[in-house]
Design a protein around this ligand. Sequence first.
Ligand SMILES: Cc1ncc(COP(=O)(O)O)c(C=O)c1O
Length: 395
Amino acid sequence: MSDLNTATTSSALMKTYQRLPLTILKGKGSYVWDDQDVKYLDYTAGIATCSLGHVPDQVQAKLKEQLDDLWHVSNLYQIPQQEALAEKIVSVSCFDQAFFCNSGAEANEAAIKLAKKYAKDHQKPERTEIVTFSNSFHGRTGSTMAATAQTKIHNGFTPITPGFTYLPFNQMEAIEQIDTEKTAGVLLELVQGEGGVHPADAAWVQALDTYCKEADILLMVDEIQTGMGRTGTLFAYEQYDIEPDAITLAKGLGSGFPIGALAAKNKAADSFSPGTHGSTFGGNPLAATAGLATLDQIADTAFLQDVQEKSILLTEALNELVENNTLVKEVRGKGFLIGLEVTNKAGTWVEKLREKQILVLTAGDHVVRILPPLTTDKEELFTFIGVLTAIAAEL
Ligand SMILES: Cc1ncc(COP(=O)(O)O)c(C=O)c1O
């Protein structure tokens, strides 16, 4: 363990986060330990990032090997680890090519650029806009903040980058409102994570997919939170019986090592040619190694089957809480991306659980967001359910 100063009273950090008075110094599997050596069951998984648990053995071993050989070379050279990760993504999805960057926002930036370039390349230069949906979350950079259809995210940053049109999420009428004259692409989450854990309806998504295909508008799914097994299938789009033109990935892709990706079908991906997009660090040997070791484990049918079974168990238990406790209104989500809507403040539940050494998140004022590592076992799930039920009875 390091000898870092863990005092939280003064800080030279910019105050962009409301940090809790908890300093985590170590993690393994589903658990983390604080600076007092108190052990917590971590059902935040670094906000859907440490999907194989903390410091997973196989990823750790591969990273250690790579640390001895080479950390970084520029994208001006061949990078076999990056090639291998791209091939793996292509082999387990409906996509043909991948581009690597370092975060979710950057992956969405790449998708936004790709849609515009695709329109120009296909003689539709007037198509410059991207459609996104109410309550979405796509990142904090200039364009991805603008793509995020939530005024609270825009506040203080006007003028917001132009070129985004917001339509109502899950509303059939919204599809008709897409302006085919000026729209280059549609970007959407299949389960809105930050926006309160709201799954998209299958019929709506399929109608949107059909509309986009007929109008030759790129349909791009932001799988930054839903991808990498989080919803019980490797990618959430598989559950909607659609093949989008592109998806964006980050969070769970590198088990906590920063990496993002845009994966696309040839039709769209071919619009990126040398010089059109790039990243210094994107897909460097360390990042690509983390990604490949993670994907190798998650893209396994038995692994995903196990996630589905465990998520059913958890969801059923949470539904029992809904039936038996008036404070608990609804359970939403897919797989291990679960939102529990409560009538009181979600923060109260988060605090009470933390007092019992369990970490969860909120998603808005009234939603407790539960993101177990995909590797959590039934015993841990029963512990979580037991503590949550006791808290519900207490409140
Ligand atoms: C759906 C979605 N898109 C994009 C992002 C932005 O990712 P990052 O924080 O890695 O830039 C997030 C992060 O929470 C997300 O949940």
